[in-house]
Design a protein around this ligand. Structure first.
Ligand code: AOF
Ligand code: ZN
Length: 346
């Protein structure tokens, strides 16, 4: 295909790729939590110069395309470069496909298709209106950037990150049950950052009873971070009235159901797109066994504990051929600890 492209077409694609990189940088300025994706858009004139920029600032605010269009009096004949396929539905705002058609743009370039059944279809509407549409520019980078939101919308459930902290020999607690401060301060600070990037933190009732956690996202000085994820407690046992969790700024959501797909569907309906599963081993194991984990955050401290309390329990692996295979996406040093991030192998 590429061999048959003219030099002019190749030059245009290179220009769109540069513009798309800018659109992704703009997109990153929007909030990474909440129901809506992070989207950026730029408008190019005939020479490929950026003449307007926009990005989405969170639910209820203008979409990136409309934000960019609002920066310029006359967009006719311009090329719009957007990190996500323009939407085709009226939600909090009108369809961006129509806004682009009405503005008279000549061409729309986007990176990845919108997988949501109600908002998708913008590309077709633009084509039907006679606008040139080019898709797939920087698709890989845009997919990675929006990986969690895209996965959640595609699967109609929150993107699930399971976290645990363990000794190098995979123990989550000592023989007497004590488990606090296996990892060091740098790891604990990182966990707060991960909490602040989630819409909900999921824990089992066992963890609430054993650890009495606050489940807030806090900064270095113990101050509450701006975004607080919603704590969700899964299990049938009641939580005592004086549990610290009741003071959480977002309140507490309790789920008596242990049917995890059902719990996740329900959370998706509540607008939860990113769920951070913080324990304990029973809940983590249930998510792993059910094949409902999209990402692992495994904190390892240079300690040996031995004994029976492992980070995971039965995950339905009876023989080595059934082992869950992961691929490691990054390894980070946090003080003396390691953070291993991994995803299930496709
Ligand atoms: C955004 N920002 O820049 C784009 C989006 O309820 P609404 O009207 O805010 O619509 C949200 C949907 O619109 C979202 O789920 C996605 O499918 C589509 N595109 N959304 O929040 C944007 N371009
Ligand atoms: Zn839109």
């Amino acid at each position: 295909m590429e061999l048959r492209m003219t030099e002019t077409e190749q030059a245009a694609l290179a220009t769109y790729a540069v513009a798309m990189r800018r659109a992704l940088t703009l997109a990153a300025q929007g909030p990474s939590t909440g129901v809506n994706p992070q989207v950026g858009a730029v408008l190019l004139d005939a020479t490929g110069q950026i003449v307007a920029e926009g990005w989405h600032r969170g639910v209820g605010t203008p979409h990136a395309e409309v934000d960019a269009l609002s920066q310029i009096a006359d967009a006719s004949g311009l090329t719009a470069v957007v990190s996500l396929e323009p939407c085709n539905h009226t939600g909090h705002t009108g369809p961006c496909s129509v806004a682009l058609i009405d503005a008279g743009v000549a061409r729309v370039v986007y990176a990845v298709a919108d997988p949501s059944p109600i908002a998708g279809g913008g590309a077709q509407r633009l084509r039907d209106a006679g606008i040139e549409v080019i898709s797939g520019v920087l698709a890989e980078q845009a997919t990675e950037f929006q990986y969690r939101w895209l996965t959640a919308v595609r699967l109609r459930r929150p993107f699930v990150t399971v976290k645990w902290a363990a000794s190098l020999d995979g123990r989550a607690a000592a023989a007497d049950g004590s488990s606090q401060w296996i990892t060091g301060t740098a790891s604990r600070q990182k966990v707060h950052e991960e909490r602040a990037r989630a819409d909900a933190i999921l824990v089992g009732t066992g963890t609430v009873l054993a650890d009495d956690p606050t489940l807030t996202a806090r900064g270095d000085a113990g101050e509450l971070l701006e975004h607080q994820p919603l704590p969700v407690v899964i299990g049938v046992r009641p939580i005592s009235g004086d549990a610290k969790l009741w003071d959480h700024p977002r309140g507490v959501l309790e789920s008596g159901s242990r049917d995890l797909p059902e719990v996740l569907r329900w959370l998706f309906e509540q607008g939860i797109r990113r769920a951070y599963v913080e324990g304990g081993p029973t809940l983590a194991s249930a998510f792993v066994a059910a094949g409902l984990v999209d990402e692992y955050s495994i904190y390892l401290a240079p300690k040996l504990i031995g004994g029976p309390t492992l980070a995971l329990r039965d995950i339905g692996v009876g023989t080595i051929g059934e082992a869950k295979n992961l691929h490691i996406t990054s390894i980070e040093n946090l003080g003396d600890d390691l953070l291993i991030s991994a995803r299930p192998k496709e």
